[in-house]
Write a protein that binds this ligand. Structure first.
Ligand code: ZN
Length: 465
């Protein structure tokens, strides 16, 4: 590696062309490292990031730099960080993720998904994807936009700051995390690193700049968006319990799939469940999975079905959402049971089956907490705890977290002694709290830049969607 004279380096970085070339080079190199999450590629991309961070004189300048291994990770994956202790303890975190989603959607171009040059040469096959005439305006490749170019910007910034030490007024932490497209294991691990560094260097975190991609909000949108907070996410889950019966006598049972379907119809894509501010609205909820709990074919009505719903939030708390969903669940349950009552009456006339004293069907909607309380009173706290702990231990930690949670809820239902029809409402991971705009030096700086540079057409919005 060639040592560049410090002053010269600062000039180089100030030079717009060199800045662009550096960011371009880093991006292309990082796109070239396959880092689909979860997978071993996430280790390799972490190594590539550290190598780029350490180029030139930066390596000797960082106060601390290296990997931050994910505790207990089966693949030995790791985050990367570099810390510069500046003139004050006030610290800004430059953050990004280095993993990507898969490459299946590249179709026949899959073997070129990590090769921006090859993809540019194949641009004719890309057809309408290319907007505008200048091919140099575009870089194709998995992760180029989301978000290796953002990480590249942060690496270039770290070189700039390293070259300008000790004249940097704040402390800077570069943080690159893995597993963002999956379970956020990288970010959860990073919390430990942030705490450790704060203790070691007596830091005050004043803000985080996440350089993940942002985009136009409509065709021809000239604005660039800066989000000062982020949307939250909850994964409310519904265990729908029917009643067993043979297909020949369905009125004696309840098809759990029918109950789940009715409930899905009520909550999926329902904009009454959106959070609204003066400028933004969350995307409506959608299911991310729905299935019954049968493992094989038989001619019994499915006893249980479950699904989980992705709900984005700006302000709604987990408690408030659960209450709203309880109302939907109660309506859906009543709707299904009333309809079956009517169907049965009608069916009996046609089938000329002797009329019985009609008992309207009833069911119950419970939250996990309510079911738990009820069961503790019936058995004992200790017994319920032991039963649940044993069930939890039965399933490997590698099992999908939603499924492991389901087993726990299923167990609680079984020992509760209750019978369906019922719906049990509970939360599965992950949980991402929403974060609103916070006053502080980052907000002040943003306001200053927006005022000074109207030509950039920056727009501030509160929640990154
Ligand atoms: Zn991203």
């Amino acid at each position: 590696m060639v040592e560049i004279h410090e002053q010269e380096a600062i000039m180089h970085i100030h030079n717009e062309q060199t800045w662009y070339e550096n960011v371009h080079r880093y991006t292309k190199l990082l796109v070239g490292v396959q880092s689909i999450s979860p997978g071993m590629g996430e280790c390799q991309v972490a190594e590539a990031v550290l190598m780029l961070l350490n180029e030139g004189i930066a390596r000797e300048t960082y106060t601390q730099t290296g990997y931050d291994p994910i505790e207990g990770d089966a693949d030995g994956r790791k985050n990367v960080y570099a810390f510069l202790r500046g003139q004050s303890e006030a610290t800004i975190v430059l953050m990004g993720h280095i993993d990507t989603v898969g490459i299946q959607d590249y179709g026949e171009l899959k073997s070129f998904a990590l090769n921006p040059n090859a993809l540019t040469n194949k641009r004719k096959m890309l057809g309408s994807v290319l907007v505008g005439s200048d091919e140099n305006d575009w870089m194709f490749g998995r992760g180029a936009a989301d978000m290796k170019s953002g990480v590249a910007v942060n690496i270039a910034l770290m070189h700039y700051f390293a070259h300008n030490m000790p004249h940097i007024p704040v402390s800077i932490l570069f943080l690159a995390t893995i597993d963002e497209e999956n379970e956020s294991a990288g970010m959860l691990q990073a919390v430990r690193l942030l705490s450790r560094l704060r203790e070691s260097y007596d830091l005050t975190y004043v803000g985080v700049i996440n350089t993940d991609y942002t985009t136009a909000q409509y065709a021809g949108d000239p604005h660039r968006y800066i989000y000062t907070g982020t949307v939250g996410k909850l994964l409310p889950s519904f265990l729908c319990i029917g009643r067993e019966s043979h297909v020949g006598t369905p009125f004696n049972g309840l098809d759990a799939n029918l109950l789940a379907a009715e409930l899905i119809r009520a909550v999926s894509m329902n904009d009454e469940l959106c959070d609204i501010t003066s400028e933004q609205i969350t995307a409506p909820p959608v299911t991310l999975r729905a299935t019954d709990l049968k493992t094989h074919y038989n001619t019994q009505l499915p006893l249980m079905a479950y699904f989980y719903l992705n709900v984005l939030t700006f302000t709604t708390t987990p408690e408030a959402l659960l209450e709203r969903l309880r109302h939907y669940a109660e309506s859906a349950l009543t709707e299904v049971l009333t309809r079956i009552d009517k169907t049965e009456a009608h069916w009996r006339t046609i089938a000329k089956v002797q009329e019985q004293a009609a008992q309207p069907r009833t069911g119950k909607v419970l939250t996990y907490a309510e079911l738990y309380q009820e069961t503790v009173q019936r058995l004992s706290e200790q017994q319920v705890q032991d039963e649940l702990a044993a069930e939890w231990g039965l399933w490997p930690t590698a099992l999908d977290k939603r499924e492991r949670s389901l087993h726990l809820v299923h167990k609680l239902w079984t020992i509760s002694g209750r019978q369906g029809p019922a719906v049990v409402l509970y939360y599965s991971p992950p949980y991402y709290p929403h974060v609103g705009a916070t006053p502080g030096i980052l907000q002040d700086a943003l306001t200053e830049v927006m005022t000074a540079h109207p030509e950039v057409q920056l727009v501030q919005q509160e929640y990154f969607p």
